[in-house]
Design a binder for this molecule. Structure first.
Ligand SMILES: Cc1ncc(COP(=O)(O)O)c(C=O)c1O
Length: 379
């Protein structure tokens, strides 16, 4: 790792996270406890989701796994997902015993192509995973309509869109089952963490049990930094709870989330302004109004993508690839799928540029100058 390079991601760790971590460590109750309850309440309030229930878990992957189980997904079922998605989504489907089925994405939004998903619906289809990509949102009204018409559950993977609004409503506040990730590189981090947002108290209670090895350990007791020593186990469970230390860091991040979002949004607008005029570069089609961007991507001609990555790397600018499509992986290459023409193309054209909170103008300029120089030399 070149420590002087501009990274793709950098968590916004300041004095408040260090203070929060110290306080949580000094408390001495490191596992599931009071900070987790506080984090869930603060998340619910941030999302404006008074009619929903928030359950914090250990990772986004755990949230996806539990969300799918909650939706009743199991062996013999199929779950439709864009092949252009995070590996965690595919593994979560496989972990339930179900099979991922790959649909294509829309060429403009890089989010699910519902016409492609429609072609894949079968009697075995139980659910669909839709994902907001980087800084662009799905058409969630159409997703809901699609799911209603085929009686499917929707797992809304909102790992990239924490803090964004869709038609005035906070992402996470309106979906069937929504999930977030708070891993080290996300818009806000808990070091590692995730959350589910569900509609009913019953779903919340099932999640409370599943995240704690299936123990009917009342969350209310755990939130007082204590535990019940007797409990029942009625269903399958996992060790997927969020830890107190991680929740404490999440709370510190939430306290400054507006500042984080505003600075990320400003950086994306800078990129769009300067990169949008370079021939050969396609920038996200958004003004970032109401968007809390997680990643900033560009698309470049496939034959130049890796060369550009090398060129930028030599100039101290790291870049990423989000993602290699799922059906390219050995494990998933035989999954049932639609024609994935857009996914194939995007998988070779996509490039993630550095984006993190509080980027300096110098850093942004360094990235833009590198890309400008590359395309001047390689017209
Ligand atoms: C779209 C998406 N879903 C799910 C995940 C998994 O989250 P986690 O890393 O917290 O397990 C990620 C992680 O990068 C992601 O980008």
């Amino acid at each position: 790792m070149n420590l002087d390079a501009t990274p793709v991601f950098k968590p916004a760790i300041e004095q408040e996270e260090l203070d929060a971590a110290r306080k949580a460590l000094e408390l001495g109750w490191l596992g599931m406890g009071g900070y987790v309850g506080d984090f869930e309440r603060q998340l619910q309030s941030f999302l404006g989701a008074a009619d929903r229930h928030v359950v914090a878990v250990s990772t986004g992957h755990a949230a996806l796994h539990l969300g799918l189980l909650l939706a009743g997904v199991g062996p013999g079922d199929e779950v439709i997902t864009p092949s252009f998605n995070n590996a965690a989504d595919f593994q979560a489907i496989l972990a339930t015993g179900a099979e991922p089925v790959f649909c294509d994405i829309d060429d403009d939004t890089l989010c699910i192509d519902l016409a492609s998903a429609e072609r894949l619906v079968s009697p075995r289809t139980k659910a669909v995973i839709v994902m907001d990509y980087d800084c662009v949102l799905c058409d969630h009204d159409r997703v809901a309509e699609f799911a209603r018409s085929h009686r499917l559950r929707v797992i809304h993977d909102a790992a990239h869109s924490f803090g964004s609004k869709y038609k005035g409503r906070m992402i996470g506040s309106f979906s069937d089952i929504a999930m977030f990730s708070f891993d080290p590189v996300k818009t806000i981090t808990c070091i590692d963490g995730g959350a589910l947002v569900v509609r009913t108290e019953e779903e919340m209670s099932r999640l409370h049990e599943m995240r704690l090895i299936g123990m009917s350990q009342p969350a209310k007791v755990m939130y007082t930094n204590a535990r019940a020593w007797t409990y029942d186990i009625k269903s399958i469970g996992f060790r997927y709870h969020m830890a107190n230390l991680h929740a404490a860091i999440g709370l510190a991040q939430l306290s400054k989330v507006d500042r984080i979002i505003e600075s990320r949004r400003a950086s994306c607008r800078y990129y769009n302004r300067h990169l949008g005029r370079i021939a050969g570069v396609t920038v996200p089609k958004t003004t970032f109004e109401d968007i809390s961007p997680f990643l900033y991507y560009i698309r470049v001609p496939a034959r130049q993508r890796d060369e550009l990555r090398r060129f930028l790397g030599e100039r101290g600018v790291d870049t990423g690839i989000h993602w290699q499509p799922g059906h390219w992986f050995t494990l998933l290459k035989n999954c049932r799928r639609d024609d994935l023409g857009v996914t194939e193309r995007v998988g070779e054209e996509i490039l993630s540029l550095p984006l993190f909170a509080f980027m300096s103008e110098d850093t942004l300029e360094r990235v833009v100058d590198g890309i400008t120089a590359f395309f001047r030399q390689n017209r």
